[in-house]
Design a protein around this ligand. Structure first.
Ligand code: DGL
Length: 279
């Protein structure tokens, strides 16, 4: 595929970052995107910080080599493990990362009780501790990981019995504690919002941070003067090009794109060399 000009690089361990890409697309259809899903290594959640840093560095280098003007770490786990590390190693590059949306939850909860769903690595990272310290004073947080959920979503099983059982295991103990808000601290989870809403009911607010992250990307592009507007912007419809890359099986990503994004696309295969360089 020919190179596309001035793209935004977006990456995740797999297809979860597509929830962020979707929000970016809605807000900035004129911006081209390179999307990298590290499906050869998914899930990141149970992995060590060092490993996730090494993968994130390799992917960032790959996206920069393909001309990315800004990098979106569309993965809470990679942001928790590697965002500071990436900023140190690529000081000239603008990055946008994810953090669990504890702040808006703490500002709007009425019961003062908030549930947070995320991966083990996200809960263990310093980023989560600092967000909790800064924004959650006076709020009780109930944290839960969702073992197996990322793999279910990777398979496109958004409404199966197994997916429901994993979510019920995580959410029922929180509901018993009278939470009125659930924060989705993993970019895969917005794809099961319909199921989450069925389980928690209409009195519990579910927070998907993707729209706020897309706004942050737009702010940063504008502040840096690298956004596309007016004369430089391609026609809005069908939108600027998106290139998808996977380190896993392209056929799998090709089959899931319509399920998650409602549109199909070609996917290019890439290979890891020694787990820190992409060829
Ligand atoms: N989408 C990633 C996140 O936001 C998934 C984590 C994983 O691969 O375990 O945390």
């Amino acid at each position: 595929m020919p190179a596309i000009p001035d793209p935004i690089g977006v990456f995740d361990s797999g297809v979860g970052g597509l929830s962020v890409l979707r929000a970016m697309r809605t807000l900035m259809p004129q911006e081209s995107i390179l999307y990298f899903g590290d499906q050869g290594h998914v899930p990141y959640g149970p992995r060590s910080m060092e490993q996730i840093q090494s993968f994130s560095q390799g992917i960032t280098k790959f996206l920069l080599d393909h001309g990315s003007k800004l990098i979106v770490v569309a993965c809470n786990t990679a942001s928790a493990a590697a965002l500071t590390y990436l900023r140190e190693r690529f000081p000239a590059v603008p990055f946008v990362g994810m953090e669990p949306a504890v702040k808006p939850a703490a500002e709007t909860t009425k019961t003062g009780r908030v549930g947070v769903l995320a991966t083990p690595a996200t809960f263990q990272g310093a980023l989560y501790t600092s967000v909790v310290e800064k924004f959650a004073a006076g709020v009780e947080l109930f944290q839960h990981t969702c073992p197996g959920l990322v793999s279910q979503i990777e398979k496109g099983e958004l409404g199966s019995g197994i997916t429901r059982a994993i979510l019920e295991d995580a959410l029922h103990p929180m509901l018993e504690k009278n939470i009125d808000t659930v924060v989705l601290g993993c970019t895969h989870y917005p794809f099961v919002i319909p199921l989450i809403e069925q389980i928690v009911g209409d009195k519990v607010r579910v927070i998907d941070p993707a729209p706020s992250v897309a706004k942050q990307v737009k702010r940063l592009l504008t502040a840096q003067g690298i956004h596309l507007t007016g004369a430089t912007a391609p026609p809005l419809h069908p939108g600027a090009p998106i290139r998808f890359f996977t380190s896993g099986d392209p056929a799998e990503m090709i089959s899931i794109l319509p399920v998650l994004l409602g549109e199909s696309g070609g996917v290019e295969a890439v290979k890891w060399k020694n787990d820190h360089e992409i060829v």
